[in-house]
Ligand binder design. Sequence first.
Ligand code: HEM
Ligand code: HEM
Length: 538
Amino acid sequence: MKRRKIDLKTLPAKAGNEVEDRLGVATPLRGIINKVFPDHWSFLLGEIALFSFIVLLLTGTFLTLFFEPSLKEVVYDGSYAPLRGVHMSAAYASSLDLSFDVRGGLVMRQMHHWAALVFMAAIIVHMLRIFFTGAFRKPREINWIIGSLLFWIGFLAGFTGYSLPDDALSGTGLRIASAILLSIPLIGTWATSSIFNGEFPGDIIISRFFIVHVLLIPAILLALITVHLALVFKQKHTQWPGPGRTNTNVVGERFFPRYTIKQAGFFMAVAGVIAVLAGVLQINPIWLFGPYEAGVVSAASQPDWYVMFLDGSTRLMPAWQINIGIPIGGGHGYVIPPIFWPTVVLPGILTTLPMMYPFIEARLNRDNKIHNLLQRPRDVPQRTALGVMAVVFFLVLVLSGGNDVIADKFNISLNAMTWAGRIGLLILPPLFYWVTYRICLGLQQHDREVLAHGVETGIIRRAPDGRFYEVHQPLSSDHKELDYAGWVVPKKMNRLGALGPSLKGFFRPLERPAEAPVSPGHPPVEGAPERREIEAKH
Ligand code: HEM
Ligand code: HEM
């Protein structure tokens, strides 16, 4: 029989036609392939979050094959000799097996844990990039809100994850979670006994957390991340101002092939870094902690870093028991335990305030415009200072979450550490606000100087009259307009720096210097139409 020769040159086109005849996807696909994405290193932060999430899904699936989510008591007889013969939960025993007896199990556990740490770090730094560059402004407020939800769901993913192995550290975390739940007025007791199926620790919490951790949370994260990225697609990415870039266009690389290939490489790099971390740096060595028993709490129990700020707020909270005077359930009045404020009320505030921020800022600025161009942090000093203030607040809490370890290592009294944390929490954020604000103004001043006199060249010349002077190179017209002149610092932003008369003393009345940079001519266009996509020249 004569074999038909396959023409490799026309094969892809033919195959494409066959698919198109059946599915009719060419037009929408062309739209996606031709999409243009602007480029900047800071736009990679969201991608690091995305790629470490993919690593979490892959490694988590592997772990699920071997992990046994059960509090049934067993006697360990695996290959880790020091714990042989010890009574423990099946969950802990299977985590030990994963670490010592499943081939590749330990590196998978460590990759999963490192990926979780990288994921949360990437989310936070990505969020800071969005905040400091004003990428949350109209029309991207919805994505900012979805992002805030992603942070808290990621937080819960981490917490439920490191609770699963049922070692002494994860049990300590669960004990704190039950105390937090119990502290909620009116519904606390009911909520705790519903979740733990009776009193702490109960016998069901690990199987419940397992379903939440491997099914519910990943599904919600996946759905929200899909919407998040669909919005980035739909609204088109913001871009830094530059030659040819305006509020109504977007200049960058086509989705296919350059952008896609770059992203594939970047995914490999992120996965590779996580694998190297997992291969060389030990994380969560549960065999050293031992099985959880309700009566055991080891010293220096630290949660993962992204949970430490709540541990810190709990440690700094004064032991104020507030009696609200209403004798609910008999007795002498209902007492709200101190843990309620730093672990329920504070996270509540930390969730709602940032979510509302884009609307608060827009309102204070009376700004209803569409913004597709990013801002340099120095050009909006109040916002930048507010962001730094929030970061410092967070860092003081994180450090206070490890105050026992710091006290132990540096031989400081733990009480002194607690007081340092309390005072630091009140004093440092406003101080950093002020310092940041001044730095921003200084940088603006420097910009004005460069704008007026050009760049310093370091070349010293002598004039015929004997005078020495430095040669300044004037700016090109592009730079004059785009890089140095900055934006008008919106006058109304000053209101943020003086939230009320009571805060005025803290923040000082912040007057914009009269000669502040003037808008270089990118007036945001009201209700901007579809942005034109332009491929960057290479
Ligand atoms: C699971 C967590 C997250 C993932 C996987 C993720 C992923 C991404 C990616 C890949 C982008 C486009 C590239 C970039 O600008 O970096 C992006 C943009 C964006 N993200 Fe996220 N993100 C996450 C969390 C957050 C959080 C916590 C916030 C803020 C609270 C946020 C707000 C935004 C906004 C406003 C944009 C549009 C930025 C622009 O057009 O300049 N995201 N996100
Ligand atoms: C954003 C998503 C996720 C985060 C932040 C996260 C985080 C964590 C963390 C920190 C641990 C403790 C690891 C250790 O013992 O050192 C853990 C354990 C675990 N995770 Fe995840 N995880 C995520 C998604 C997933 C997914 C999608 C699955 C399954 C499909 C999964 C399955 C597991 C299992 C079975 C364990 C227990 C394994 C063990 O340590 O013995 N995780 N997770």
